[in-house]
Design a binder for this molecule. Structure first.
Ligand code: SAM
Length: 356
């Protein structure tokens, strides 16, 4: 991981130093503004989804981060406040599985004091237990990952023998706690769960909840990704649309990742996230903060920028703010636009570490 060297001492690696940030809209080299912050609160997960944390890699010998290396809630909240001052409007807590981090509602309460939306992405396994406390702490919305309604397929995909019924129950408990509508993320892998696409749509039609189908991506370097395994979103829309006609709906806001499709008969909507077949790098407004306090400007990045050294070295808010601004101002990545079979083999950081 790249260590932070104060700007004034940096002998830049062939790049000119970013200008000192002095306010105004913060944009990167492609004129993208920073609006969203994803925070990975833990690199641990109680699932071993085969496309994300394959069990043979993330086994008992895997070097998960020690507690002393991960940011405390107070450190995260301090950084989040600085990010909000720089233009971030949405904060998403993720991981790993964020709800395996003890007392997560405490962090939510700290973040809820900021003028930003606070959301959470979870596998749902612990959500029923925590939904009320999270809502009371100020959580605005929740996204639950659910790859199949078929119990055998679901257990095989999460590779933790976790039953689908518990996740469905968690979605209902979360909705009853005031977190409706719930977004449901389904990663589609050809030959593994694509037979469930229409069934998944049917299950959530008319409930107000929104299922979003995600193209299987070459995140990290452990999932053995192959283009052949990707079901393009266009195919998802075609399959569902053949059963219940769909029409495109406008994005809720500029830079929305999911493309929205509405049922013509009023049954609600679905979303598709097409990072592989229709890259959305040009409108990407996301910064990521890893569990140990490194900044990443792309889900497919190979290196990050350490902020923890600044935080724990007594840096002022202004110094941290300048560092964050400099990282964003230098940003030029557009991985999904230039993805090839070769780039897919690059050694990238794992999604569980950087935050999905
Ligand atoms: N544990 C939480 C969960 O399950 O939602 C949060 C972290 S998880 C890494 C975030 C999201 O990334 C999940 O919806 C997961 O399905 C998705 N994901 C993980 N690996 C992926 C891949 N290779 N391609 C597409 N989506 C992936």
């Amino acid at each position: 991981m790249k260590k932070v060297i104060p700007l004034e001492f940096r002998r830049d690696e062939g790049r000119s130093p970013a200008p000192h940030f002095s306010g105004g809209p913060l944009v990167d080299t492609r004129q993208r503004a920073m609006h969203d912050l994803r925070i990975s609160v833990t690199d641990r997960c109680n699932f071993r989804c085969v496309y994300c944390m394959p069990r043979e890699v993330f086994d008992a010998n895997h070097p998960f981060l020690p507690h002393s290396a991960i940011l405390t809630f107070e450190e995260i909240a301090r950084l989040a406040g600085i990010f909000v001052g720089l233009g971030v409007e949405k904060i998403r807590l993720t991981g790993g599985e964020p709800l395996v981090r003890r007392d997560l509602h405490r962090l939510v309460a700290l973040l809820a004091e900021l003028p930003a939306e606070v959301t959470l992405t979870t596998n749902g396994s612990l959500l029923a237990k925590h939904a009320k406390a999270l809502k009371a702490a100020g959580l605005d919305r929740v996204t639950v990952s659910l790859d199949s309604l078929d119990d055998t397929t679901f257990r095989a995909m999460n590779d933790a023998d976790f039953p689908v019924a518990k996740v469905i129950e968690a979605i209902e408990v979360a909705a009853a706690a005031g977190l409706a509508p719930v977004k449901i993320n389904t990663v589609v892998k050809r030959g593994v769960n694509d037979q469930d696409i229409v069934r998944m749509a049917e299950r959530w039609r008319g409930t107000g909840h929104i299922v979003r189908f995600i193209e299987y991506m070459d995140v990290g370097s452990t999932n053995g990704w192959r283009m052949d395994d990707v079901i393009p979103s266009a195919e998802v829309v075609r399959r569902i649309g053949a059963r219940w006609p769909l029409e495109p709906a406008d994005a809720n806001y500029a830079g929305e990742v999911a493309e929205r499709w509405r049922y013509v008969d009023g049954g609600g909507e679905i979303g598709v996230i097409s990072s592989v077949t229709q890259a959305f790098c040009s409108t990407c407004t996301r910064m990521r903060l890893s569990t140990e306090g490194s900044l990443f400007t792309c889900l497919f990045a190979q290196t990050g920028h350490d902020l923890k050294a600044l935080l724990r070295g007594g840096a002022s808010d202004e110094a941290i703010r300048n560092e964050i601004a400099a990282v964003w101002q230098r940003r030029a990545d557009r991985y999904s636009e230039i993805r090839t079979g070769e780039t897919a083999k690059l050694r990238k950081v794992e999604m569980s570490y950087i935050g999905g």
